[in-house]
Design a protein around this ligand. Structure first.
Ligand SMILES: NC(=O)c1ccc[n+]([C@@H]2O[C@H](COP(=O)([O-])OP(=O)(O)OC[C@H]3O[C@@H](n4cnc5c(N)ncnc54)[C@H](O)[C@@H]3O)[C@@H](O)[C@H]2O)c1
Length: 352
């Protein structure tokens, strides 16, 4: 299986994005956040997305170099308008501002609109956890075509509406939850299709509302189920809350935007632990808690118990050492843009 070193992949993606108009700062963040998604095992939100971003630049849906506006700013809040910049760049900026405000006044909440895809949501709350803060982030999956059925329905009405919550600790790998509120992130269905694999029953319905394991049914009028299988009403409620935060509170509204431009509405909340507990005591208790969870006696059919977020940490150690697998379709899609650009070589140079 051909693998690629994470540093080579990062440098290559950064150069490629610059050749399609991203500034050096934008390209650096795009490559850092997307390659990090590959490193931690979320390939659906890694470099597989790069051709889509270039396509959006070419259609004018992403505006490289867009100036970020900070509106309605108070000491603890702000509304950010990304003016159609790259989601990675705009949300990175927004999270840094939220951390700064929370350090000053203990809590901050920021909404973000008019930015493209933010990728793996954990990228941003993890920035806060590194700074000794707790962070919550929700995203509305772009106000593009909806993908998820309300519990009991067969019509697409909701996005995959992800949420992430991250906590500071002394663990090597942060304790956090980062998940779509649908049974699965849409990218994982597309990834299965790219890799020619079946998907488990319980992920999607076909166009007639029947459960199916064929990933192709999704793009042929099917829909994703809400998180929770037969208890899907819980995932459905969570999804509606995420969309209310990320769509209605941000001012984007719900449903599908008529302009067809991917618009990741987000809410970020950052809390300074020091306002509630001594930070070092809190971090140690979270560490002890996570290790207590992961030392739970294992049930039959499982290898071990992980604390939330641990799998990403373990995957990252492995991929840093051994390289990242990028499927042929993604390599070919990226190479097509590389070959048409002014950069030398393509991804094949780095595969080993
Ligand atoms: N930008 C967007 O619009 C968008 C939309 C949907 C999802 N996403 C991203 O897609 C990625 C994948 O989402 P997902 O819902 O498929 O995630 P997932 O199901 O792979 O993981 C969800 C959470 O469960 C934890 N986890 C996974 N396996 C575990 C195990 N065996 N034991 C204990 N904990 C475990 C993970 O650490 C993670 O916190 C996320 O990074 C999410 O942010 C982004």
């Amino acid at each position: 299986m051909p693998l690629i070193n994470h540093n080579d992949l990062r440098n290559f993606i950064s150069q490629l994005m610059q050749s399609y108009g991203a500034s050096e700062d934008e390209a650096t963040l795009i490559s850092e956040h997307s390659v990090e998604a590959n490193l931690v095992g979320h390939d659906s939100h890694g470099v597989i997305q790069i051709p889509t971003y270039i396509d959006r630049i070419q259609r004018g849906h992403i505006k490289p170099g867009a100036e970020i506006e900070v509106n309605n700013e108070s000491r603890t809040t702000a509304r950010i308008n990304g003016n159609w910049g790259f989601g990675y760049y705009v949300s990175d900026f927004a999270m840094k501002l939220a951390i700064k405000k929370a350090r000053q006044d203990n809590i901050a909440a920021i909404t973000v609109v008019q930015q493209s895809h933010v990728g793996r949501v954990a990228s941003y709350p993890l920035m806060a956890a590194k700074e000794g803060m707790i962070a919550i982030m929700t995203a509305d999956s772009g106000r593009g075509p909806k993908m998820v059925v309300p519990f009991g329905g067969k019509e697409r009405k909701l996005g995959t509406n992800p949420i992430c919550i991250a906590f500071p600790s002394n663990l090597e790998g942060t304790m956090f939850v980062d998940m779509a509120t649908s049974s699965v992130a849409a990218g994982k269905i597309n990834l299965a299709r790219s890799r020619g694999k079946d998907i488990p029953f319980g992920w999607i319905l076909d166009k007639d509302g029947n459960q199916t394991n064929d990933p192709n049914d999704f793009s042929q009028g099917g829909a994703i189920l809400p998180l929770g299988a037969d208890q899907g009403h819980k995932g459905y409620g969570l999804s509606a809350a995420v969309e209310t935060f990320s769509g209605i509170l941000t001012g984007l509204g719900f449903g599908v935007s008529k302009d067809g431009i991917h618009n990741d509405g987000c809410l970020m909340i950052v809390m300074n632990v020091e306002a509630f507990r001594d930070l070092e005591v809190f971090k140690q208790e979270v560490t002890d808690f996570a290790l207590d969870l992961s030392s739970t006696e294992v049930a039959s059919g499982y290898d071990r118990v992980y604390y939330p977020g641990e799998i990403e940490h373990i995957t990252k150690q492995d991929r840093m050492q051994n390289g990242i697998f990028v499927e042929d379709t993604t390599v070919a899609n990226i190479n097509k843009f590389a070959d048409e650009s002014d950069i030398k070589g393509n991804l094949d140079t780095f595969l080993h």
